[in-house]
Design a protein around this ligand. Structure first.
Ligand code: 5GP
Ligand code: MG
Length: 179
């Protein structure tokens, strides 16, 4: 479909399925090469990354485990700023090669506050795969190791990404149409 409506807004096609799949395969191939002979523990961040994680995972040839976690942010009790905790992370990450799978990195805030908690568990290595990166919007320090597409600051939906709960079901990614 060239255009869709989600709630009250019109979106036009931006990254078609074939483009996404080709790039996701390239990302997985890079990870397969970089971790050849090693085992990787993937952490997929819900909800948005469920579709990306499923497709990416199918292209892996290295020994791979995956865990889906949800990040919840709240204000710290003291003036320490935001705190991000992970729901669903039961495994100890000590000495594991951990790779995070994120659908989109915008300001970088979510991962910036979450990464120290993972580092605390002393994984052997910790890397990030992001399908989309709104590079011009990123203000928090997050080093992305594998980026699918650098995109402009326009709201996107589809392929797991939602607009107020809807739109996740599309196999292509759509961009908010100009008003
Ligand atoms: P960050 O913490 O990097 O600013 O934000 C990351 C989160 O913001 C993403 O996981 C996603 O939930 C949301 N987000 C940022 N930009 C978009 C967008 O264009 N579309 C959708 N659907 N979510 C977005
Ligand atoms: Mg996300």
């Amino acid at each position: 479909m060239a255009a869709i409506t989600v709630h009250d807004k019109a979106f036009s096609i931006y990254l078609p399925e074939a483009t996404l799949q080709k790039r996701i395969r390239e990302l997985a191939d890079a990870v397969n090469t970089d971790y050849a002979g090693q085992k990787v523990y993937f952490l997929a961040i819900l909800n948005g990354s469920f579709m990306f994680a499923a497709d990416f995972f199918k292209y892996l040839t290295i020994e791979s485990e995956i865990c889906f976690i949800k990040l919840v942010s709240y204000k710290g009790l003291k003036s320490t700023g935001d705190v991000t905790t992970a729901i669903g992370l039961e495994e100890d990450l000590h000495d594991k090669n951990v790779v995070i799978l994120e659908d989109i990195i915008d300001t970088g805030k979510t991962l910036h506050f979450f990464l120290p908690q993972l580092q605390h568990q002393q994984p052997r290595s910790l890397k990030i795969v992001a399908l989309l990166h709104k590079a011009e919007m990123t203000k928090f320090d997050v080093s992305i190791d594998y980026t699918g597409f650098v995109i402009p600051n326009k709201f996107v939906v589809g392929y797991g990404l939602d607009y107020d709960g809807l739109g996740r079901n599309y196999r292509d990614i759509y961009q908010l149409a100009a008003d």
